[in-house]
Design a protein around this ligand. Sequence first.
Ligand SMILES: C[S@@+](CC[C@H](N)C(=O)[O-])C[C@H]1O[C@@H](n2cnc3c(N)ncnc32)[C@H](O)[C@@H]1O
Ligand code: SF4
Length: 397
Amino acid sequence: MDWAKYRVAGPLSFDQEKCLSFYVHIPFCKQLCSFCEYTRMLCPDERSQNSYICSLVSDIKNFLQQYPDIVLQGFDIGGGTPTALSDDNFSLLMNEYKNVLSGLELTDDFEPSIEASFDTLSENKIKAIANSGIRRLSLGVQSSCDAVLNKVNRNGIVENQMQEWLSLAWRYGINKVNLDFMYGLKGQNNATIENDLALIEKLKPQQVTLYELRTNMITDKDLPSKQTLFEHYSRYYSGLLSMGYQASFGQNSFSVNASDMGVSSYIRHRMKEGAPYKGFGISAQSMNRKGLSYNVGKNSFNYTVLNRYSFEEEFTYQLPIGEIVAKYIAIAAYSGVFSISVLSSLLNEDARQTYSEQLGFCLSNGLLRQKGELMQITEKGFEYYGAVFSLFYMPIK
Ligand SMILES: C[S@@+](CC[C@H](N)C(=O)[O-])C[C@H]1O[C@@H](n2cnc3c(N)ncnc32)[C@H](O)[C@@H]1O
Ligand code: SF4
């Protein structure tokens, strides 16, 4: 979809939003995995890291001056790999996070989260996370198989080392650890999935997230068939459930605690309500109920952009309702569930009427099942989940 015609002079307004989340993007990594479609670069020198943090913190402060009364319902620090920063710069980031939060009202379910990789952790960084009050740490594993990882320019981590890092995080009180795994990577098969499950059983993270390889902006040759992807997901699903993790079939996040959906409060509110968020840092996305924006660096990311004093919104779009609905459905799809009442409120009309044909088709063919006002993907529906969810993308009027 070409959005050029929806572009408006920025930035997005949050005047109509009381509750929203913040997302902070740290685009630095120790290595660049070939499958990754996020805005990221090899970690620059400490001075550039420092200036990057100072610029994004100044952006947050400016935003808060403009919107002093917001209530924060989530705060995710992601990337890239935030822990790729040096110890000093990482401590600075965590201290700034704490400072920003100290003056703000938070929702009762506020649950911040930070992303990391095992090969960039240090005890100082774990201490800094714990001191900041963040209690959810999300680490990428992707696969337990070195041969799979090496093909995508990623180093494997020895199991005992992973176990030691997790024990240390738990000792410091970071009591929710999520591990990311991917499927759809070259070389993954039933045997590598069994190994992944055995690793999860040993490490016992509180949460596991399964990502099907997305190939929007990278080559999709060598991608397994939809049938193979479905079988791989199904294997992970039954293995994780037999270990006590909870998720409905088709959900990509698994948790020992069903009530947290396996995600941070920022993602939970986006999945459940299509809630607004403000992104800080290079290329970060923001969204209100009428449109979205990308900060500078989305299309032209380089070291010059890195040293700016502000990462202001560069592309701001006022979107037609069809695009807003599609955005909500796309994020809700990760949980396998979407809400009729959220759709109705986005559309400003009864979604049961608007989508009577699509709902009738999906329910009568066993592709969706109804749970109160929620529509949940079935096992049969998940086999064709892209097609099922896209039935609910509204035609653009
Ligand atoms: C932004 S990364 C942060 C984690 C950390 N940088 C790492 O790799 O360990 C979050 C997660 O996105 C997932 N991911 C990255 N690229 C992906 C892609 N093309 N398709 C599906 N998932 C992807 C990976 O599982 C990764 O752990
Ligand atoms: S998957 Fe993680 S470590 Fe790899 S390039 Fe993407 S953000 Fe960096």
